[in-house]
Design a protein around this ligand. Structure first.
Ligand SMILES: Nc1nc2c(ncn2[C@@H]2O[C@H](COP(=O)(O)OP(=O)(O)OP(=O)(O)O)[C@@H](O)[C@H]2O)c(=O)[nH]1
Ligand SMILES: [Mg+2]
Length: 431
């Protein structure tokens, strides 16, 4: 079954810890600090890959965790970076990252970091100063970003085939391309989108065959309308109207246009090519009359064609129309790209960690204060609060940043409890 949605848990690798170490030399009882830094955790990265057809595999494997960074070592050895976890998704996948950014992976190879790895901690070497020559503390690595994200696939096709059930959409796709969608004389034969490619020797066009639409599809009638998302990014819609004996092409047109409007997302505004289908079922003169009538009635359409998948009548003209639309669009896109110059880059965005500055100190109960703010929380998360030296260092940093001052403003007195993130400790900044 074709899957165009998935919800998965992603987690960047935890950063490696910095280490406490002192140089050892034959004749020196205790050398200087030489603890290396921990490596950064790996990222979870989505990469668009043509080999992927849909999101089905992501509904089975739902947890994606990148590797953690290696811990630092003595002799100033820094820990290695954790490996990124690469997750292949079909081109056309859109996702909202943990940071709320939207990514649209359109071209093969485009990437989005959806869960960044945590930073590695500094080794004790980094905390050496003129007054602290032998620091016996180091930083812990930080957790990677983590959480649930939702992926949506909107197929990338050049042309979308729309029409009532039985209009002949799948027959057209199987005649024009090598795709082999199911064809049958009952409605809703097609229940999931199928792509096929036509090739004129110079360029390829992808056609999307989707389920039929009926009146009320936008309210869930028939197979509903959600599959229309797969033709939202088409350059052109081929609207098939059956013209066999007893067919009512006018009514069919009204219903399908109504559903395209109701779906929204710009579908109704897409260029439209009207294809009067199953023309083999009517005498040639009737087909000609209908063609003239529909051309008159549809001045906005790119073209009106009478086609038959049974006899191939009109199919070369139809594909010629599609190629000329594509050619025109490519010309326009090139001009736009020249004007803009950074087309590829601007299509996706890279993970940016949330701003680390800014914090707030409030008294949450008598003698208990809470400091919120990502930067401060990270600072605390990195240190072992059981280590006296680390706590002294932390107090000094909090003082420098102005947090102690903010605490005092909020009513803090020496020895009161302070909560930051999931840590609670008593602060004695004046000692
Ligand atoms: N005579 C004739 N029959 C056709 C033609 N195209 C399709 N048909 C028949 O019409 C019926 C429906 O064709 P499909 O291609 O399955 O129609 P569809 O639009 O894909 O239908 P859904 O998937 O149900 O929406 C089948 O019995 C086809 O054989 C045509 O050009 N001429
Ligand atoms: Mg079909």
């Amino acid at each position: 079954m074709f899957q165009d949605r998935a919800k998965v848990y992603v987690e960047g690798g935890r950063g490696g810890n910095g280490v406490v170490s002192f140089r050892r030399e034959a004749h020196v009882p205790r050398g200087g600090p030489d603890g290396g830094d921990g490596g950064r955790g790996g990222d979870v990265v989505l990469v668009a890959d043509r080999s992927r057809r849909d999101l089905a595999s992501m509904r089975i494997a739902r947890h994606y965790r990148a590797e953690r960074g290696r811990h630092g070592q003595g002799a100033n050895k820094h820990g290695g970076r954790g490996d990124d976890l690469i997750v292949l998704v079909p081109p056309g996948t859109t996702v909202e990252g943990l940071d709320g950014e939207r990514y649209d992976l359109v071209a093969d190879g485009q990437r989005a970091i959806v869960a960044a790895g945590g930073l590695g901690g500094h080794g004790n070497k980094r905390f050496t100063s003129s007054t602290r020559q032998a620091p016996r503390f180091s930083e812990n690595g930080l957790n990677g970003a983590s959480g649930w994200i939702e992926l949506h696939l909107k197929l990338l096709a050049d042309a979308g085939l729309v029409g009532l059930p039985n209009a002949g959409k799948s027959s057209l796709l199987s005649t024009l391309t090598r795709a082999a969608p199911k064809v049958a004389d009952y409605p809703f034969t097609t229940i999931e989108p199928v792509l096929g490619t036509i090739d004129d020797g110079e360029r390829q066009l992808v056609l999307a065959d989707i389920p039929g639409l009926i009146e009320g599809a936008a309210e869930g009638a028939g197979l509903g309308h959600e599959f229309l998302a797969h033709v939202e990014r088409c350059r052109v819609l081929v609207h098939l109207l059956e013209i066999g004996p007893g067919a009512e092409p006018e009514e069919a047109y009204r219903v399908v246009r109504g559903e395209l409007e109701a779906h929204g997302h710009g579908l109704a505004a897409l260029p439209e090519l009207i294809a009067l289908s199953k023309s083999d079922l009517l005498p040639a003169a009737d087909v000609e009359a209908l063609l003239a009538e529909w051309r008159e009635r549809s001045p906005g359409a790119i073209a009106v064609r009478a086609i038959s998948s049974a006899t191939r009548a009109g199919l070369d003209e139809l594909s010629g129309d599609l190629f000329s639309v594509a050619q025109r669009d490519e010309g326009e896109a090139e001009a736009a790209a020249e004007a803009e110059d950074d087309g590829f880059e601007s299509e996706y965005r890279v993970y940016k960690p949330a701003a680390a500055d800014g914090y707030e100190a409030i008294e949450i109960e008598d003698g208990v204060f809470e400091i919120t703010g990502r930067g401060i929380e990270m600072l605390v998360e990195r240190h072992d609060l059981g280590n006296f030296e680390a706590v002294a260092y932390l107090e000094q940093r909090l003082m420098e940043i102005g947090v102690i001052k903010a605490l005092r403003k909020a009513g803090f007195e020496d020895g009161d409890e302070v909560r930051i993130g999931d840590q609670a400790f008593d602060l004695h900044p004046s000692d």
